[in-house]
Design a protein around this ligand. Structure first.
Ligand SMILES: Cc1cc2nc3c(=O)[nH]c(=O)nc-3n(C[C@H](O)[C@H](O)[C@H](O)COP(=O)(O)OP(=O)(O)OC[C@H]3O[C@@H](n4cnc5c(N)ncnc54)[C@H](O)[C@@H]3O)c2cc1C
Length: 755
């Protein structure tokens, strides 16, 4: 019986009774020699032994590639909830190189001498079974409930889950006796006996007992990797099992692979010569012998998934057909890393598969997989900050290009910069800062380049430097059929036009070339006003912004009204100047609008302004509700109706951004972002579909000339005609027919192709 597990080799090193550096050096040697895993026994009562957890952490930090594991860790002296966290932490810190070899215990008097609880062997097995449940529950951060566990041996009372490990950490049990073998078949991912402790024929019998236990609970025997600790001597002539020349070792071990399905051999030795010789002669010899004996297995880089992980797969996705280039980094619902990729910044999601692409070829492979699933929801993710765009979904496929995030200066003279779509705007600002450059983007450093640079880019330099797309000089894009194109003013100019405002409908933009601006320090103001006369305040703020020179760009935010308290307006403004007098002069007209409650003005760098984000992992929940309007002026009528909308409690976040100035220098027909005459972009976030949208439609929308797609979540078809004026929309539909006739890209303000 062979389970098709790829062959692996490891070392088993004594963690002590030597200078402390010795086991570390042997681990480093194992790494260099190409072993797959280095393991250490764990007897936390043994004098002269290093603590195995500490040693594992040290070794993980000193090695680069090799996996690390206890062989096996002693459960009775380690609370399982704490062990789960230690395991997940080491797995994260070592980038997925940890495996959890675990044992029920033994040496009970020694355990008791260290303050542990003495159990009978049977109780030890039951305790281990509970511990496995506890460990997996701590790792399962997709379950948002607090963790309660009422076992005989372990009780948790409201424990917090997490961290989730970097990968599905296999739990591999050291087992010899029938109850442990049964538990291995029922719950474990691997089995690691030591051949030295087994009688002839016992390995085979025990392995079959595991198979039977697995089948009895609906698992597949192949879910359990067979790992075996071996020891022996290299000697010139054969003197018994694993005592002879290297080719005899190969002959001795071969039946364990062919007939008994062993996937991993762990060499127990602290001898450098033995470790080197095994690596040089036995590993290659055994691989060659197995290749001769077994029918060729398809080469696979994808991690083997247990039946419990496969049970969480979604209908309609052919997981077995995931292209090989993407299989290793693919994440599916049962995977340990799923909680880190399932949701986005604004949205909770439960996609069936996240395909992480690292190159244009991988994007093409991912798209070809998506084309084979025309009825499955499909989203594209760069930075995961989509509001209108749905870069997560339920049960569908996501192509995530966040790892494609390189930023390269192409030409210092012309300030030409190539930026891959997975970069975040904080990274862009940081990369450009040493050159004294900046690229107008948005107000949040965590937003991704891909989503924003295909929609518009309304940011802190809007009035001075225009939209982000106004700096775009070329785009590299993968079309729905996998064609890779470059588009600029002369090559595929139609596509280049469409990408600048409606890019999400046409392909996956993998990289952009921008011409960026010279920017020094800037003035940044945060001013709070008493806006009790809300309509009057909005009108005055709008007039002051329109009258200001272009180097001032300002946003205003009003939150939910609080009974009995004055309405407060938060005004933020960037002045693109490093001259304090200019900054004060520009801000003074804003300061005079209404009684000021607070002010903070500083000279800062754009890169510091954008440094307002955490990690790229997201934890959004629910579905956002955002409405958008582009307006030309803040008229008294608009101000009145906006005040009614806010004061009626329809929004908890109402924002107006200045978008005039340089944005208006661009011809409305030059890009698919056509509402160039707007001076302001208005956004409201709401929590009640019954209140926010109807009141928006009645009070705010009548004043709008259009909307900005990045801030609108309403999916009624007429929103498309708000986003794109008729001439623009007709041209977009025509181009959609040419570039994406089957409407593969449909998750974000879908432009249907002309028929
Ligand atoms: C906190 C926050 C602040 C924001 N501030 C601003 C702001 O100041 N100015 C502004 O203009 N916008 C702002 N936005 C809106 C933002 O620009 C859009 O939501 C944008 O789509 C996010 O880009 P992303 O790559 O992070 O999004 P993702 O969630 O990764 O993608 C969103 C959608 O964009 C499309 N998309 C993503 N990547 C690509 C690609 N490579 N090729 C083609 N299409 C792609 C897809 O349709 C996808 O569904 C903000 C959003 C948030 C959440």
């Amino acid at each position: 019986m062979n389970y098709g597990h790829p062959l692996e080799f490891g070392t088993f090193i004594t963690p002590g009774n030597t200078p402390p550096e010795v086991p570390v050096q042997l681990a480093v040697l194992s790494d260099k020699l190409g072993y797959d895993i280095v393991t250490f026994q764990d007897h936390p009562y043994q004098p002269g032994f290093l603590d195995t957890w500490t040693l594992l952490s040290w070794v993980a930090a000193r090695t680069e590639r090799i996996k690390v594991s206890g062989n096996v860790l002693n459960l009775p002296l380690r609370p399982p909830a704490v062990m789960a966290r230690a395991a997940a932490s080491l797995d994260l810190l070592s980038h997925g190189r940890f495996e959890l070899g675990l044992g029920a215990g033994g040496f009970w008097d020694a355990v008791e001498s260290m303050g542990g609880r003495k159990l009978t062997p049977g109780q030890g097995v039951d305790a281990l079974s509970e511990a496995i449940d506890v460990i997996r529950a701590i790792w399962d951060v997709s379950d948002r409930s607090v963790l309660r566990y009422d076992g005989t041996y372990y009780q948790l009372n409201g424990a917090k889950r997490g961290p989730a490990p970097a990968h599905n950490i296999p739990i591999i049990l050291g087992a010899l006796k029938p109850r442990m073998l049964r538990l291995t078949g029922e719950k474990a991912d691997g089995w690691v006996p030591s051949l030295a402790y087994m009688k002839p024929g016992e390995f085979e019998k025990s392995s079959l007992a595991i198979d039977e236990a697995a089948r009895n609970v609906g698992r597949e025997p192949g879910d359990i990797r067979r790992v075996v600790n071996i020891g022996g001597r290299f000697s010139p002539a054969s003197a018994g099992f694993l005592n002879g020349p290297a080719d005899q070792w190969v002959d001795d071990l071969l039946p364990y692979v062919i007939d008994h399905g062993v996937g991993t051999f762990i060499l127990a030795s602290d001898d450098v010569a033995t470790i080197e010789r095994f690596a040089a002669e036995v590993i290659s010899g055994l691989r060659a012998a197995v290749a001769r004996e077994l029918p060729a297995q398809p080469i696979t880089l994808s991690p083997a998934r247990s039946s419990s992980v496969r049970a969480k797969r979604r209908d309609g996705i052919n997981y077995d057909a995931i292209p090989e280039s993407l299989a290793r980094a693919a994440v599916e619902p049962g995977d340990a890393g799923y909680s880190r990729v399932q949701s986005t910044y604004m949205r909770g999601g439960e996609p069936g598969l996240v395909l992480k692409a690292h190159s244009v070829d991988e994007v093409r492979d991912a798209l070809s997989f998506v084309r084979e699933h025309p009825d499955v929801p499909f989203g594209v993710r760069s930075g995961g900050h989509g509001i209108s765009g749905r870069s997560t979904n339920s049960g569908g496929i996501i192509i995530d290009i966040g790892a494609m995030n390189a930023i390269t200066v192409l030409d210092e003279q012309t300030r030409r910069v190539r930026i891959e779509a997975g970069a975040r705007w904080v990274d862009v600002a940081r990369a450009l800062d040493p050159y004294g450059w900046a690229l107008s983007s948005g107000d949040s450093g965590g937003v991704g380049v891909g989503g924003l640079a295909t929609a518009g880019g309304v940011g802190w330099f809007g009035r001075e430097h225009g939209l982000t797309i106004d700096h775009l000089r070329a785009v590299e894009i993968v079309l729905a059929d996998g064609t890779v194109l470059r588009a600029d003013d002369t090559t595929n100019p139609d596509l280049f036009w469409a990408v600048r405002g409606a890019g999400a409908n046409f392909g996956i933009a993998t990289a952009f070339e921008f011409e960026v601006d010279e920017v020094g320090e800037v003035g940044f103001a945060q001013l709070a006003f008493d806006a009790s006369d809300l309509a009057g305040f909005l009108e005055s703020w709008g007039a002051a912004v329109e009258a200001a020179p272009r180097d001032l760009t300002s946003f205003v935010i009003i939150g939910q009204p609080r009974p009995g308290q004055p309405t407060v307006a938060q005004v933020m403004a960037v002045v693109d100047s490093d001259d304090p007098d200019t900054i004060i002069t520009r801000l003074q007209p804003l300061a005079d609008i209404a009684p000021m409650l607070q002010q903070q003005v500083s000279l800062t760098r754009y890169a510091d302004l954008m440094d307002n984000t955490g990690t790229a992992d997201h934890n959004g929940q629910g579905d956002p509700l955002a409405r958008s309007a582009l307006i030309e002026h803040i008229t008294p009528e608009f101000a009145r109706d906006a005040a009614r909308f806010i004061e009626g409690g329809a929004t908890y976040f109402f924002q107006i951004r200045a978008v005039g100035g340089a944005v208006q220098d661009v011809d409305p027909d030059a890009t698919a972002y056509a509402h160039r005459s707007a001076n302001f972009a208005v956004t409201a976030l709401g929590s009640s579909r019954n209140n926010t949208s109807p009141r928006w439609d009645t009070l705010v929308k009548p004043h709008a000339m259009g909307l900005y797609i990045s801030f609108e979540t309403d999916q009624r078809p007429e929103r498309i005609t708000d986003a794109f004026p008729p001439r623009t929309l007709t041209r977009l539909r025509e181009l959609k027919r040419r570039y994406d006739p089957t409407n593969v890209f449909r998750d974000n303000f879908n432009i249907t192709p002309t028929v």
